[in-house]
Design a binder for this molecule. Sequence first.
Ligand SMILES: NC(=O)c1ccc[n+]([C@@H]2O[C@H](COP(=O)([O-])OP(=O)(O)OC[C@H]3O[C@@H](n4cnc5c(N)ncnc54)[C@H](OP(=O)(O)O)[C@@H]3O)[C@@H](O)[C@H]2O)c1
Length: 186
Amino acid sequence: MKILLIGANGEIGQILKPAFTKNHEIISAGRNSGDFRIDVSDSDSIEKIFKEIKDIDACICVAGDCYTGDLLSLDEEKLNIGIKNKLLGQVNLVLIGQKYLNDNGSFTLTSGKMADKPVKNNISKAIVNGGINSFVLATSLELERGIRINAISPGKVSDIPVSDLVAAYLKSIETTINGEIIKVNY
Ligand SMILES: NC(=O)c1ccc[n+]([C@@H]2O[C@H](COP(=O)([O-])OP(=O)(O)OC[C@H]3O[C@@H](n4cnc5c(N)ncnc54)[C@H](OP(=O)(O)O)[C@@H]3O)[C@@H](O)[C@H]2O)c1
């Protein structure tokens, strides 16, 4: 499978890339690193990468900044960091990428445990992750040409066995599941 891995140089990306390389062709992308540059908060940048890289079977996104801080410190500007990057970035990846992905391809987005088991100082992540999960549930009903979409919702990655994290992403790309939120280490 030809897989576009966005955020390949991050904590999760660096776990997935070597694990996937055994059986798949991995094209890495990031804001400042990887085979291709992309800024998911910029629609033009998303469109450009899908035009440049042909015949993508799976698009995995493990990228997207989000503000961490308590309720009193939160304001619209800080909330917008996560909304623009992690939420709308991944949403736009699908809105644009659906036109380019191969038939029967798949999108795998990354949300996180703060959506449904928040701890203090993570209101922004709770909002953003919840939005991603809802987007996946609703969008899975409408994608065409056999294209699927799922979200991986991990707990703190440093506490997760590597094999569990890899298995969750592999389940999304290698099986036929669609519209699932795969929770890892809750
Ligand atoms: N780590 C965890 O414990 C954990 C738990 C649950 C959920 N998550 C979520 O999983 C995702 C990845 O987490 P992580 O810890 O692996 O993140 P990370 O270590 O900060 O790495 C994120 C990677 O994404 C790239 N990136 C950031 N913003 C981007 C943008 N606007 N456009 C394109 N690429 C961008 C960066 O690329 P460059 O290096 O090239 O700048 C970086 O390599 C995040 O959305 C995070 O909220 C993480």
